[in-house]
Design a protein around this ligand. Structure first.
Ligand SMILES: [Zn+2]
Length: 342
């Protein structure tokens, strides 16, 4: 990246109220058919514009064309029955009614490739595209076919690799895999989680990232955080393996979190997307607060490898709050750029 401290968001941005019910996660579409397709494209344009107005350097689609960061991808696959639902515990944390894997999983056609081409046609800026990671995908399903989390993860990794290669061909600069499950199932991450992720990025020449956070600001997550004590050391269990992996970038939650910043030393050498915006509060950070988090991270991340970002997606926030937070991210980053150049 030519620019020092390039800014980006971890993922989703709020949708306009004419597309889906605002300030709600995973809300239903308000339109159908061709109207919905057109509206999604309009929302993507708008989301890009908001990022550009805030001077975000690495832009995304704001996940305007998907309802859910995992399920929307799975909906496009064969082998999963969305009518046959079972209740499972997601990330060992909360019960949810999920679809069932009923046969061999496969991808018959691209999922997000047309959307990525559309975003590419709108901007020359570097673009980042998010996909769910294999472990987070299996954790959001009931498996009545493979009866093995690991086997199913390897199958999803192959499918993700097909999609990722086509996204790369469409001009995506950074492909990010969302793996919040990496913060929960440490033994599995070390046994096969990172390996399946590496399978998903096999053969890619573009940059690759993994996003590991403490989740959206929903109650199940904020309640869980309260049980984690004064120091959140979850990253410590998976960082050594990630440091050794082929991934280029690791995207993390750092702002207002109890993650000890010195854990970043364990991934020294990797590029780090440092979450400097809290997505679980409507309070808009000041530029100084953002700068403060980045300054702390700089003790453990080389300046040319630090990418200021958000803790997680901002879909559940109001557009006004999200806009303010994007501006704060850019303004705080500017302070540190000046400090580094003086
Ligand atoms: Zn996240």
């Amino acid at each position: 990246m030519a620019i020092l401290l390039p800014t980006s968001t971890a993922g989703s941005l709020p949708k306009p109220s004419w597309l889906a019910e605002p300030e709600k996660l995973w809300s239903a579409w308000k339109l159908t058919g061709q109207e919905l397709l057109d509206a999604k494209q309009d929302a993507l344009r708008l989301s890009l514009h908001e990022q550009q107005q805030a001077e975000i350097d690495i832009v995304s689609d704001g996940e305007q064309t998907r309802q859910h960061f995992v399920t929307t991808f799975i909906e496009h696959l064969e082998g999963v029955d969305f009518e046959k639902r079972e209740t499972v515990k997601i990330r060992d944390r909360y019960d949810a009614s999920v679809p069932s894997v009923v046969g061999a999983v496969s991808r018959q056609k691209p999922v997000f490739v047309e959307d990525a081409k559309f975003l590419r046609s709108l901007t020359d800026q570097p673009i980042k595209w998010a996909l769910p990671g294999p472990m987070t995908m299996i954790d959001t399903l009931y498996d009545a076919h493979y009866k093995s989390r690991e086997k199913l993860a390897w199958e999803f990794a192959k499918i993700l690799n097909q999609e990722a290669r086509e996204l790369e061909a469409a001009g995506v600069d950074i492909i990010q895999f969302d793996e919040p499950a990496f913060n929960v199932f440490f033994d599995e991450v070390n046994d096969w989680g990172v390996a399946t992720l590496e399978r998903a990025l096999e053969g890619l020449k573009c940059e690759t990232a993994v996003h590991i956070c403490y989740g959206y600001g929903i109650k199940a997550n904020t309640d869980w955080k309260k049980t984690l004590g004064s120091e959140w050391r979850q990253y410590e269990a998976v960082f050594p393996k990630l440091q050794q992996s082929n991934l280029d970038i690791i995207s993390l939650e750092c702002h207002n979190s109890r993650v000890p910043m010195d854990l970043l030393e364990l991934i020294r050498g990797k590029k780090v997307m440092v979450g400097a915006i809290d997505v679980a509060t409507n309070t808009i950070e000041t530029a100084d607060e953002v700068a403060d988090t980045l300054r702390k991270a700089l003790q453990f991340v080389d300046a040319d490898k630090l990418y200021p970002s958000t803790n997680c997606g901002m879909a559940p926030l109001s557009r006004q709050v999200a806009r303010g937070k994007l501006q704060a991210l850019a303004a705080g980053t500017k302070i540190i750029r000046q400090e580094l150049s003086s």
